[in-house]
Ligand binder design. Structure first.
Ligand SMILES: [Zn+2]
Length: 318
Protein backbone atom coordinates (compact mmCIF):
# COMPACT_ATOMS: atom_id res chain seq x y z
CA UNK A 1 0.00 0.00 0.00
CA UNK A 2 1.29 3.46 -0.90
CA UNK A 3 1.09 5.69 2.16
CA UNK A 4 2.72 8.78 0.60
CA UNK A 5 2.47 9.75 -3.06
CA UNK A 6 5.00 11.63 -5.15
CA UNK A 7 4.29 15.15 -6.36
CA UNK A 8 5.90 17.19 -9.11
CA UNK A 9 9.05 18.79 -7.64
CA UNK A 10 8.49 22.49 -6.89
CA UNK A 11 11.89 23.35 -8.35
CA UNK A 12 10.68 22.58 -11.89
CA UNK A 13 8.16 25.46 -11.66
CA UNK A 14 10.90 27.58 -10.10
CA UNK A 15 13.44 27.05 -12.90
CA UNK A 16 10.73 27.75 -15.49
CA UNK A 17 9.77 30.99 -13.74
CA UNK A 18 13.43 32.02 -13.57
CA UNK A 19 13.97 31.41 -17.30
CA UNK A 20 10.82 33.42 -18.07
CA UNK A 21 12.18 36.36 -16.08
CA UNK A 22 15.79 36.36 -17.29
CA UNK A 23 16.72 38.40 -20.40
CA UNK A 24 17.36 36.22 -23.52
CA UNK A 25 21.10 36.95 -23.47
CA UNK A 26 21.65 36.53 -19.73
CA UNK A 27 24.86 34.50 -19.08
CA UNK A 28 23.18 32.27 -16.45
CA UNK A 29 20.39 31.04 -18.76
CA UNK A 30 22.36 27.96 -19.79
CA UNK A 31 23.03 26.91 -16.18
CA UNK A 32 19.32 27.35 -15.29
CA UNK A 33 18.28 25.39 -18.40
CA UNK A 34 20.63 22.54 -17.47
CA UNK A 35 19.17 22.44 -13.96
CA UNK A 36 15.64 22.43 -15.40
CA UNK A 37 16.50 19.59 -17.79
CA UNK A 38 18.08 17.45 -15.11
CA UNK A 39 15.16 18.09 -12.71
CA UNK A 40 12.73 17.05 -15.46
CA UNK A 41 14.77 13.94 -16.29
CA UNK A 42 14.91 13.03 -12.60
CA UNK A 43 11.16 13.44 -12.22
CA UNK A 44 10.60 11.49 -15.45
CA UNK A 45 12.65 8.63 -13.99
CA UNK A 46 10.74 8.72 -10.72
CA UNK A 47 7.43 8.53 -12.60
CA UNK A 48 8.83 5.57 -14.51
CA UNK A 49 9.58 3.87 -11.16
CA UNK A 50 6.03 4.56 -9.94
CA UNK A 51 4.64 3.00 -13.14
CA UNK A 52 6.92 -0.01 -12.71
CA UNK A 53 5.46 -0.61 -9.23
CA UNK A 54 1.85 0.13 -10.18
CA UNK A 55 0.91 -3.55 -10.02
CA UNK A 56 3.20 -4.38 -7.10
CA UNK A 57 1.37 -7.08 -5.15
CA UNK A 58 3.96 -9.15 -3.29
CA UNK A 59 3.06 -12.10 -1.04
CA UNK A 60 4.19 -10.13 2.05
CA UNK A 61 2.72 -7.02 3.75
CA UNK A 62 4.42 -3.76 2.81
CA UNK A 63 4.17 0.02 2.90
CA UNK A 64 5.50 2.34 0.19
CA UNK A 65 6.62 5.93 0.66
CA UNK A 66 7.31 7.78 -2.57
CA UNK A 67 9.85 10.61 -2.39
CA UNK A 68 11.13 10.39 1.16
CA UNK A 69 13.47 12.95 2.63
CA UNK A 70 14.83 13.38 6.08
CA UNK A 71 16.35 16.68 7.13
CA UNK A 72 18.47 17.49 10.16
CA UNK A 73 21.69 15.57 10.67
CA UNK A 74 20.60 12.61 8.51
CA UNK A 75 20.14 14.37 5.16
CA UNK A 76 18.54 11.41 3.42
CA UNK A 77 16.69 11.62 0.10
CA UNK A 78 15.23 8.49 -1.44
CA UNK A 79 13.03 8.10 -4.55
CA UNK A 80 10.96 5.29 -3.03
CA UNK A 81 11.09 3.47 0.32
CA UNK A 82 9.53 0.01 0.61
CA UNK A 83 9.03 -1.11 4.22
CA UNK A 84 8.34 -4.75 5.01
CA UNK A 85 8.19 -6.70 8.28
CA UNK A 86 11.73 -8.03 7.67
CA UNK A 87 13.65 -5.23 5.94
CA UNK A 88 13.58 -1.83 4.26
CA UNK A 89 14.37 -1.31 0.56
CA UNK A 90 15.62 2.06 -0.65
CA UNK A 91 14.96 2.42 -4.39
CA UNK A 92 16.89 4.99 -6.39
CA UNK A 93 16.16 5.42 -10.10
CA UNK A 94 18.69 6.83 -12.54
CA UNK A 95 17.57 8.49 -15.75
CA UNK A 96 20.82 9.63 -17.33
CA UNK A 97 21.30 9.61 -21.09
CA UNK A 98 24.20 7.83 -22.78
CA UNK A 99 26.35 4.80 -22.11
CA UNK A 100 26.81 4.52 -18.34
CA UNK A 101 30.08 3.33 -16.87
CA UNK A 102 30.62 2.66 -13.19
CA UNK A 103 34.15 3.65 -12.19
CA UNK A 104 36.01 2.59 -9.06
CA UNK A 105 38.92 4.00 -7.06
CA UNK A 106 37.59 6.65 -6.79
CA UNK A 107 33.98 5.79 -7.52
CA UNK A 108 32.03 7.76 -10.10
CA UNK A 109 29.41 7.25 -12.78
CA UNK A 110 30.44 8.36 -16.25
CA UNK A 111 27.98 8.88 -19.05
CA UNK A 112 29.33 8.79 -22.61
CA UNK A 113 27.12 10.77 -24.95
CA UNK A 114 26.76 10.11 -28.68
CA UNK A 115 28.78 13.24 -29.48
CA UNK A 116 31.78 11.90 -27.54
CA UNK A 117 31.22 14.09 -24.50
CA UNK A 118 31.79 12.44 -21.09
CA UNK A 119 29.85 13.60 -18.04
CA UNK A 120 30.84 12.52 -14.57
CA UNK A 121 28.38 12.05 -11.71
CA UNK A 122 28.66 10.94 -8.11
CA UNK A 123 28.43 7.14 -8.07
CA UNK A 124 24.84 6.15 -7.22
CA UNK A 125 26.25 3.03 -5.53
CA UNK A 126 28.38 5.04 -3.12
CA UNK A 127 25.52 7.49 -2.63
CA UNK A 128 23.03 4.72 -1.82
CA UNK A 129 25.45 2.87 0.46
CA UNK A 130 25.83 6.06 2.46
CA UNK A 131 22.05 6.63 2.43
CA UNK A 132 21.49 3.06 3.70
CA UNK A 133 23.93 3.65 6.58
CA UNK A 134 22.14 6.86 7.56
CA UNK A 135 18.72 5.28 7.27
CA UNK A 136 19.81 2.31 9.45
CA UNK A 137 21.11 4.71 12.06
CA UNK A 138 17.85 6.67 11.98
CA UNK A 139 15.76 3.49 12.30
CA UNK A 140 17.92 2.29 15.16
CA UNK A 141 17.28 5.58 16.96
CA UNK A 142 13.55 4.97 16.46
CA UNK A 143 14.08 1.60 18.13
CA UNK A 144 13.57 -0.28 14.87
CA UNK A 145 16.15 -2.97 14.06
CA UNK A 146 15.20 -3.58 10.37
CA UNK A 147 18.13 -4.09 7.97
CA UNK A 148 18.27 -1.64 5.04
CA UNK A 149 19.08 -2.64 1.46
CA UNK A 150 19.51 -0.22 -1.43
CA UNK A 151 18.57 -0.94 -5.02
CA UNK A 152 19.57 1.12 -8.04
CA UNK A 153 17.17 1.12 -10.95
CA UNK A 154 17.92 2.07 -14.52
CA UNK A 155 14.95 3.95 -16.00
CA UNK A 156 15.13 2.96 -19.66
CA UNK A 157 16.36 -0.11 -21.57
CA UNK A 158 18.28 2.24 -23.90
CA UNK A 159 20.64 3.10 -21.03
CA UNK A 160 23.61 0.78 -21.43
CA UNK A 161 25.33 -0.03 -18.14
CA UNK A 162 28.97 -1.13 -17.91
CA UNK A 163 31.32 -1.92 -15.06
CA UNK A 164 28.68 -2.40 -12.36
CA UNK A 165 30.34 -3.97 -9.29
CA UNK A 166 28.97 -7.50 -8.68
CA UNK A 167 27.90 -6.75 -5.10
CA UNK A 168 25.61 -3.85 -6.10
CA UNK A 169 21.97 -4.55 -6.87
CA UNK A 170 21.14 -2.80 -10.14
CA UNK A 171 17.85 -3.55 -11.86
CA UNK A 172 16.02 -2.43 -14.99
CA UNK A 173 12.76 -0.59 -14.22
CA UNK A 174 10.83 -3.38 -15.91
CA UNK A 175 12.09 -6.05 -13.50
CA UNK A 176 11.73 -4.25 -10.14
CA UNK A 177 8.23 -5.51 -9.49
CA UNK A 178 9.10 -9.12 -10.31
CA UNK A 179 12.40 -9.04 -8.41
CA UNK A 180 10.95 -7.58 -5.19
CA UNK A 181 7.85 -9.77 -5.38
CA UNK A 182 9.82 -13.00 -5.76
CA UNK A 183 12.40 -12.14 -3.14
CA UNK A 184 12.64 -14.66 -0.32
CA UNK A 185 11.96 -12.60 2.76
CA UNK A 186 13.83 -13.29 5.99
CA UNK A 187 11.82 -13.99 9.14
CA UNK A 188 9.60 -11.00 10.11
CA UNK A 189 11.01 -8.73 12.81
CA UNK A 190 7.99 -6.40 13.06
CA UNK A 191 4.35 -7.28 13.66
CA UNK A 192 1.82 -5.93 11.14
CA UNK A 193 0.88 -3.25 13.63
CA UNK A 194 4.52 -2.23 14.07
CA UNK A 195 4.95 -2.13 10.29
CA UNK A 196 2.05 0.32 10.02
CA UNK A 197 3.38 2.38 12.91
CA UNK A 198 6.81 2.59 11.29
CA UNK A 199 5.20 3.75 8.02
CA UNK A 200 3.28 6.46 9.85
CA UNK A 201 6.40 7.56 11.75
CA UNK A 202 8.40 7.91 8.54
CA UNK A 203 5.64 9.91 6.83
CA UNK A 204 5.47 12.15 9.91
CA UNK A 205 9.21 12.90 9.92
CA UNK A 206 9.42 13.40 6.14
CA UNK A 207 10.22 17.01 5.34
CA UNK A 208 9.80 18.39 1.81
CA UNK A 209 13.05 19.54 0.32
CA UNK A 210 12.86 23.35 0.08
CA UNK A 211 14.79 24.61 -2.97
CA UNK A 212 13.80 28.31 -2.83
CA UNK A 213 14.78 31.08 -3.42
CA UNK A 214 16.56 30.15 -6.64
CA UNK A 215 18.14 33.43 -7.81
CA UNK A 216 20.81 33.55 -5.05
CA UNK A 217 21.72 29.92 -5.79
CA UNK A 218 22.67 30.96 -9.33
CA UNK A 219 24.24 34.20 -8.04
CA UNK A 220 21.67 36.21 -9.94
CA UNK A 221 20.91 39.62 -8.48
CA UNK A 222 17.33 40.74 -8.01
CA UNK A 223 17.96 43.66 -10.37
CA UNK A 224 18.58 41.20 -13.23
CA UNK A 225 15.15 39.61 -12.83
CA UNK A 226 12.39 41.07 -14.93
CA UNK A 227 9.43 42.39 -12.95
CA UNK A 228 5.77 42.50 -13.91
CA UNK A 229 2.89 40.14 -14.52
CA UNK A 230 3.25 37.60 -17.31
CA UNK A 231 0.39 36.23 -19.36
CA UNK A 232 -0.65 32.71 -18.30
CA UNK A 233 -1.66 31.90 -21.89
CA UNK A 234 1.15 33.14 -24.12
CA UNK A 235 3.68 32.97 -21.25
CA UNK A 236 6.11 35.59 -22.51
CA UNK A 237 3.51 38.35 -22.98
CA UNK A 238 3.36 40.98 -20.27
CA UNK A 239 0.05 41.99 -18.76
CA UNK A 240 -1.17 45.52 -18.23
CA UNK A 241 -3.34 46.60 -15.35
CA UNK A 242 -6.64 48.09 -16.41
CA UNK A 243 -9.09 49.34 -13.85
CA UNK A 244 -10.17 45.97 -12.51
CA UNK A 245 -8.37 43.29 -14.45
CA UNK A 246 -5.11 42.39 -16.16
CA UNK A 247 -4.92 42.35 -19.94
CA UNK A 248 -2.17 40.75 -22.04
CA UNK A 249 -0.43 43.20 -24.37
CA UNK A 250 0.19 40.40 -26.87
CA UNK A 251 -2.81 38.05 -26.96
CA UNK A 252 -5.32 40.30 -25.15
CA UNK A 253 -6.23 37.64 -22.59
CA UNK A 254 -8.15 39.13 -19.68
CA UNK A 255 -7.40 37.82 -16.19
CA UNK A 256 -8.41 38.86 -12.70
CA UNK A 257 -5.70 37.03 -10.85
CA UNK A 258 -2.66 36.73 -13.15
CA UNK A 259 -0.68 38.71 -10.58
CA UNK A 260 -0.97 35.87 -8.04
CA UNK A 261 1.49 33.90 -10.18
CA UNK A 262 3.89 36.84 -10.11
CA UNK A 263 3.81 36.80 -6.30
CA UNK A 264 4.51 33.07 -6.37
CA UNK A 265 7.49 33.82 -8.67
CA UNK A 266 8.82 36.32 -6.11
CA UNK A 267 8.88 33.70 -3.35
CA UNK A 268 10.39 31.05 -5.65
CA UNK A 269 13.08 33.34 -7.05
CA UNK A 270 13.94 36.24 -4.80
CA UNK A 271 13.29 35.72 -1.10
CA UNK A 272 10.86 34.31 1.43
CA UNK A 273 9.63 37.73 2.57
CA UNK A 274 8.17 40.73 0.74
CA UNK A 275 7.13 44.20 1.87
CA UNK A 276 4.43 46.36 0.35
CA UNK A 277 6.87 48.54 -1.63
CA UNK A 278 8.62 45.50 -3.10
CA UNK A 279 5.26 44.00 -3.98
CA UNK A 280 4.05 47.23 -5.63
CA UNK A 281 7.22 47.49 -7.72
CA UNK A 282 7.54 43.82 -8.65
CA UNK A 283 3.94 43.37 -9.66
CA UNK A 284 3.40 46.84 -11.04
CA UNK A 285 0.66 48.12 -8.76
CA UNK A 286 0.25 51.84 -8.23
CA UNK A 287 -0.38 52.15 -4.53
CA UNK A 288 0.99 50.63 -1.33
CA UNK A 289 -2.55 50.11 -0.08
CA UNK A 290 -3.40 47.98 -3.08
CA UNK A 291 -0.21 45.96 -2.54
CA UNK A 292 -1.12 45.37 1.10
CA UNK A 293 -4.64 44.21 0.25
CA UNK A 294 -3.28 41.98 -2.48
CA UNK A 295 -0.73 40.34 -0.13
CA UNK A 296 -3.35 39.62 2.53
CA UNK A 297 -5.78 38.27 -0.06
CA UNK A 298 -3.08 35.92 -1.31
CA UNK A 299 -2.50 34.24 2.02
CA UNK A 300 0.43 36.35 3.21
CA UNK A 301 0.81 37.22 6.87
CA UNK A 302 2.45 40.34 8.29
CA UNK A 303 5.48 39.90 10.51
CA UNK A 304 7.49 42.54 12.37
CA UNK A 305 6.61 46.04 13.56
CA UNK A 306 4.79 48.59 11.49
CA UNK A 307 7.81 50.39 10.11
CA UNK A 308 9.73 47.33 8.94
CA UNK A 309 6.75 45.14 8.27
CA UNK A 310 7.35 42.21 5.98
CA UNK A 311 4.92 39.61 4.68
CA UNK A 312 5.51 35.91 4.53
CA UNK A 313 3.50 33.16 2.96
CA UNK A 314 2.82 29.89 4.69
CA UNK A 315 3.63 26.87 2.54
CA UNK A 316 0.50 26.14 0.52
CA UNK A 317 -1.22 22.82 0.21
CA UNK A 318 -0.35 21.45 -3.15
ZN1 LIG B 1 -0.95 36.61 -23.67
Amino acid sequence: MIIKHREKPMKIDGYEALLKRLPPTHPKRMAVKNSLNSAKAGYGGEERLDEALEFFDPPYPYQIIQDFSLGGVYKVQVDTVVITQSCVFLLEIKNIAGRLQFKQNPSALHSLLANGEIKSYKSPITQMNETAIRMSKFLKNLGCPLPVTSVIIIAHPSQIVEGAPPDALILAAGEVNFHLSKMKMPKPILSIEELHQLGQSLVAVHSDYQPFPLAPKFQIDQSEIETGVFCPRCVLGKMERTKLVWECETCRLISRDAHSDALQDWFMLIKSTINTAECRDFIGLEKLDAAKRFLIRNGCQPVGGRRYRQYIRQPQDR
